[in-house]
Write a protein that binds this ligand. Structure first.
Ligand code: SF4
Ligand code: SF4
Length: 621
């Protein structure tokens, strides 16, 4: 069983699930074997009803679909559709936050006051909005309007791309991949991949980069920046992580999904005296709100809310038998949850009109009436405490402390208000480079193993790690987000971390917060007067699984950062597409992908790449 995870709490709950006769993602993966080889290679197409078609990878069967599309076209179209789906997910999240800001500014969402006025003014100024002599509401209203316009902008390019160095922007222009409007890129990608439109794999991949850039420098960036304005910009915060954060004697609530709009208000609602009294009446000593996946990261970054785990632990939290409610919004929520909840007393409560789950209770969330709905949902959880079946409860004791909350602003504050100390450390070689390690879990791979092994190798080699999403949660569970983890780093990085009292792995937030990493990369490049592609940086997604991760990978290389994938993407059915992504892209966009399942070998690639970039910059390797 240990091949399923390196996390002890996970292994204990997998065992309990077996005892309770509950099927988990790992079991369903086994039931899927053998998985379809055509799908793994990306050579099947269902884009019209002359199909489905598939290309014979061995060359003995058909080499085109009914319409004549070959493997290159089919693989590239499938990849572009995955990027469009990922970009749509992040960007629709961003749109939701922008709509909340708009409602807040109009006085229609009284439970969402603006928490960071300084950031509101800074972002508004970026958009060319006058801030002097105007009220917070006026500025917020104009900013929300300007941001909502970014989804279908007429001006021809997105605002936040101006953060990128001029060299990068000129390259995007030259290649014709400057993102125009967020919705426009997603829609155009769906148009191009319709039967009989764009059939040139290079053209399709370039549109993939443009769509992904509309995510990284558009939708994700909007989600991050406006969330900071509305909910507060994260500052270093301490908390506790893993399934051991669940409490035997409290009403346990798991917040799962992605958007902070709901989760943030639940955190405050759970402090309501009436609800606490009701919980006590039912024999609980309190209400314990915990996070899961990226919504967990949102409330962890801003409030230090305990984090129950990452992607592959969502089912296991229910298996503890100690969770009264799993409250979900959108993304990465396994459809299996209501079924598993049926084996215990847990209520799965869906809240988004975009994400309904057969077997779950649906309580529509309304930002205009947020606190009221939040309390209504919490009351359902409190009432459910009486239904807990004590004989089914087993909470693993595993929990770990962490330090998180490294927004760009917090990073700058830790550095004394400017990036110069970090740039000096890069120049001197005490920090050789920076790696952004992001992404999911995937039951095809041992949970957290690749994240942790890869990251340990990097910090040993004096590479500072910035992490988001489920990769960051893996680090939190393993103690890598504690300043003491610097003892595992190379001498240079260790000294820097000890001097600043920060961990060698900085948790920068949820998946949309990879935009924070782009912002830091751009700021360093601008300070040095070079392109992002010239910097000693790498990106990595060691255990990725989602279409959002495909979009992330594409915007990271589109931004000029070499990116290592630890799970194999479905592109190997086209030699041309695979070669373009892993080699040719370097000449075109200044970065490429590598695919390496072995995290030690992946770290060697990262170290070598960073050493090469350092030499090109005239620095000691
Ligand atoms: S678009 Fe072409 S390859 Fe795809 S299903 Fe239709 S006929 Fe087949
Ligand atoms: S890292 Fe992946 S699995 Fe985890 S929340 Fe983000 S997209 Fe979902």
């Amino acid at each position: 069983m240990s091949e399923k995870s390196v996390d002890k709490a996970t292994l204990k709950m997998i065992k309990k699930a077996g005892d309770d006769n509950v099927k988990l993602a790992w079991d369903r993966l086994v039931a899927q074997q053998p998985q379809c080889g055509f799908g793994q290679l990306g050579v099947c197409c269902r884009n019209c009803n002359m199909g489905p078609c598939r290309i014979d990878p061995f060359g003995d069967g058909p080499d085109t679909g009914v319409c004549g599309a070959d493997a290159d076209t089919i693989v590239a179209r499938n990849l572009l559709r995955a990027i469009a789906a990922g970009a749509a997910a992040h960007s629709d999240h961003g749109r939701g936050i922008a709509a909340t800001l708009y409602a807040s500014a109009r006085g229609e969402a009284r439970d969402y006051p603006i928490k960071d006025e300084a950031k509101l003014k800074a972002v508004a100024t970026e958009f060319g909005i006058v801030v002097e002599g105007r009220s917070v509401q006026e500025i917020a209203l104009e900013l929300a309007g300007a941001v909502l316009e970014e989804f279908g902008t007429k001006k021809g390019s997105l605002q936040f791309i101006n953060r990128a160095p001029v060299q990068r922007r000129e390259l995007w222009d030259k290649l014709g991949i400057t993102p125009r409007g967020i919705d426009r890129e997603v829609v155009e990608s769906m148009h191009r991949t319709h039967m009989g439109v764009d059939n040139d794999y290079t053209s399709l991949i370039l549109q993939g980069l443009r769509t992904a850039l509309s995510d990284g420098w558009g939708g994700s960036c909007i989600a991050t920046e406006l969330s900071d304005i509305l909910f507060g910009t994260p500052q270093p915060v301490k908390g506790v992580c893993n399934l051991g954060v669940l409490m035997e004697d409290q009403v346990n609530i798991i917040l799962h999904g992605h958007e902070p709009t709901l989760s943030d208000i639940i955190v405050f609602a759970a402090r309501d005296e009436e609800l606490l009294a009701e919980a006590r009446q039912r024999g609980a000593s309190g209400i314990n709100v915990c996070g899961m996946c990226c919504t967990g990261n949102e409330v962890l970054m801003r409030h230090g809310v305990p984090l129950a785990g990452n992607f592959l632990q969502q089912e296991l939290a229910i298996v503890t038998g100690a969770v009264e409610a799993v409250i979900v919004d959108v993304q990465c929520i396994m459809p299996s949850l209501p079924q598993i909840a049926g084996c215990y007393h847990t209520k799965v409560i869906s809240t988004s009109p975009k994400a309904k789950f057969p077997g779950a209770l649906h309580v529509p969330f309304d930002e205009h009436n947020a606190m009221e709905v939040a309390k209504k949902i919490l009351r359902l959880a409190v009432e459910n405490y009486s239904n807990r079946r004590r004989e089914k409860v087993s909470i693993p004791s595993d929990r770990m402390e962490y330090m998180a909350g490294f927004s760009v602003e917090a990073l700058l504050a830790a550095l004394g208000g400017t990036l110069s100390p970090l740039i000096d450390a890069l120049k001197s070689g005490s920090v050789k480079g920076i790696a952004g390690v992001v992404g999911c879990n995937n039951p095809k791979y041992r949970q957290d193993y690749s994240h942790l092994t890869f990251i340990r190798e990097l910090i040993k080699n004096d590479i500072l790690v910035v992490a988001t999403g489920c990769a960051a949660i893996a680090c939190a569970k393993d103690g890598m987000l504690l300043p003491g983890a610097a003892d595992e780093a190379g001498e240079g990085l260790k000294a820097v971390c000890k001097g600043l009292n920060v961990p060698p792995v900085l948790h920068m937030g949820s998946c949309v917060d990879i935009s924070r990493i782009l912002t830091v990369a751009a700021a360093i490049a601008n300070a040095l007067g070079v392109d992002i592609a010239d910097l000693p940086l790498v990106g990595a997604a060691p255990e990725w699984m989602s279409e959002k991760a495909v979009s992330i990978g594409a915007y990271v290389i589109g931004s000029g950062i070499f990116t290592i994938l630890g799970t194999v993407p479905p592109v190997l059915g086209s030699k041309n597409v695979a070669a373009l992504l892993t080699s040719g892209a370097d000449e075109v966009i200044g970065a490429k992908f590598a695919v390496e399942e072995d995290p030690v070998a992946a770290a060697e690639l990262a170290v070598k790449h960073i050493a090469g970039k350092r030499v090109s910059l005239g620095l000691k390797a």
